[in-house]
Design a binder for this molecule. Structure first.
Ligand code: PHE
Ligand code: FE
Length: 290
């Protein structure tokens, strides 16, 4: 996630100029490794038939079922051979330009801390389970790996146009909370969904959220909520198509257009939307009333 605010201005003590720190794998306690194992087991059971085949293949080929928090060096070695990506540790959130520069160079930045036992189901800051289990399997997919690199370069460009808010929505509704159509079925691939025990069922099965065919401009006009399950998911037809449309479109004129366009709320339905599911929004209404 790259949209939070409490970011430091320069690398903290002990971090390199590019903000990376050693993962310090040897420092994890047995309890912390066991927390990973609990989270991994729950999702490993739940995701077959729900997660995209690309995600499941990534979990497999990266050997994430090996017990304990993965060692980033070992993980990077496997990933490097497959798609040229690496995983590097950072101390929490980093400035946008730093985040994008790492992506553009095929380095995925991951937090090295793991959530506490009382936070198995929800935490606001991305921990090593979200970052590694949620994001890294998709980086073993060549097409998605290319998309992430292109996004990094696009991010650096968006900074120049002062249009990061619009671009960040693309990240949110694809990388973090994307759905894909596979063999006539909906599957999840967004890291925020696959790493969440609750949302990996909700996103596919609950009648509450809208599920809308992906449209790049529409997505960039749509606000999102960071505090609860999503009220809308956008569905891509394939990773190839996502990569093609985002790479082939020059965003510079788009940013100008979007400047003057109104935003959509997370539950809005827009003219031209192809609705795969019209949601009841019952879940969101209940939560708002509580
Ligand atoms: N084509 C985008 C641009 O012109 C860059 C980009 C590619 C952004 C892929 C996101 C994903 O800025
Ligand atoms: Fe994330």
């Amino acid at each position: 996630m790259n949209e939070e605010s409490h970011v430091l201005e320069k690398p903290p003590e002990g971090a390199s100029a590019d903000w990376t720190i050693p993962q310090d794998w040897a420092a994890y306690s047995a309890q912390e490794h066991a927390t990973w194992d609990i989270l991994f087991e729950r999702q490993a059971k739940q995701l077959p038939g729900r997660a995209s085949e690309a995600f499941l293949a990534g979990v497999d080929v990266l050997k994430l079922s090996k017990p304990g928090i993965p060692d980033f060096e070992e993980l990077s070695e496997r990933l490097m051979k497959l798609t040229g990506w690496q995983v590097v540790a950072v101390p929490g959130l980093v400035p946008d330009a730093v985040f994008f520069d790492h992506l553009a160079n095929r380095r995925f930045v991951a937090g090295n801390f793991i959530r506490k036992r009382e936070q198995l189901d929800y935490l606001q800051e991305p921990d090593v389970f979200h970052d590694v289990f949620g994001h890294v399997p998709m980086l073993a997919n060549p097409v998605f790996g290319d998309y992430m690199e292109a996004y990094g370069r696009g991010g650096l460009r968006a900074l120049e146009y002062d249009s990061l808010d619009h671009l960040a929505r693309l990240y949110w509704y694809t990388v973090e909370f994307g759905l894909i159509e596979e063999a006539g079925d909906l599957r999840i691939y967004g890291s925020g969904i696959v790493s969440s025990h609750g949302e990996s069922v909700f996103a596919l099965d609950d009648p509450s959220p809208n599920r809308i065919a992906f449209d790049m401009k529409r997505v960039m006009r749509t606000n999102y909520r960071i505090d609860d399950f999503q009220q809308v998911y956008f569905v891509i037809p394939s990773f190839e198509e996502l990569l093609r449309v985002t790479v082939e479109t020059d965003f510079a004129p788009l940013y100008g257009e979007l400047e003057n366009a109104s935003d959509f709320g997370p539950a809005d339905i827009a003219e031209g939307d192809i609705l795969l599911t019209r949601g009841t929004q019952a879940y969101a209404c209940e939560r708002a009333a509580a």
